[in-house]
Design a protein around this ligand. Sequence first.
Ligand SMILES: [Zn+2]
Length: 381
Amino acid sequence: MGKGTADESYLNEFEKKIIKFCKEIIDFTVNFLKLEKELKKNFLETWGKIGKTRWAGAGRGAGKLQRDNLHTRGQGAKNPLSNRNFRWTPLVIAKNLPPWAKEVKEIKYEEIEIKIEKGRGKKKKEETKKVKAFVYIVEKDNKYMEIKPGKEVYNLPLNEPPYCITQAQFNNFWDNLDDSKKEEIKNFTDLDWTINATMIPAYEYSYWTFSIESFLVCLLSVASTLYYKNNKISDLKASIVEKWEKFLEENEEHIPVIKNNENKKEKQVSLTTLSSISIEELQLCPLCKTLLTQFPAGLEKENRPENWSASSFPWKTSKKKEGEKESIQLLHIKPLIETEIRHSPDNVRYGHRWCNVAMADASLEYTLDFFEHVLKNNNRC
Ligand SMILES: [Zn+2]
């Protein structure tokens, strides 16, 4: 067992609403597409499955749409980062304080009491346990308050900027820690780390509004290509936009409000993006501009003999489907950085795996410059 995520099955009341909304959208889409039994099963298992968990790893009750758009990627290793969490988790760590976040005032290390749920159903019991944990001091409404990892972080309001720990702060905290405490932390078990695994990397942070809208963008991408069957996709899009507008209206108090460059308060909703992106654009891979149902760049699928590769018994030669050039992956047109929130509907697209790998975490523009040079130097243009 590796490190997990603190209170991974805990969702606050609003997060429950978010998950319910995503589920409703998926059900609506399935009905709209009128998928046959097998195709419906395939769509739900691969893309549309909605899980009520912060962790939502593969095979744990969430399809690709939820994992890609609502959750951060897995973070193992011995550190207080969640091994997957919601992208709107309001505690982030960054090299430098991003302009969209508030600084954590202090980090402490102490013994705390936490409640752990044991058993399932009627046998579920809450047990209090003493654990060693990182505690964060933040300023809220002109008061200092202590936040323990897990639920206390997840219950912070989502309409305010998230809190951030900088690398310098963390290093400073570590340098000032007694040797005995350092030794204690060095000997943390996976469970000790899981209890503390609350924060997410700042570059993966996204407002819940951006995350859901990215989810909707990617859903339309998949629905209009892999599962498309002469339905009027523009009608599906119009209905989704309408439902999303209604959800935003009903949950206005949770919409993040951030001061812009002119110090004016601005709501962080990007609804205009979803309605302004054309279905035609979402059907194409953003790099090779070929339909997602086609092989990358419209090439013929290569017919290369497979090589034997060592694996544990029984030996297999079959490759994982996820690793195929034409499989579909989440792609950011501009790479994720700390200073700007880029997991947003205008920057998130589904593309071919080959194209995503070719971008090597560079921007789309920079990748095109690279290919232009490659082609010129090979007298191909
Ligand atoms: Zn492509």
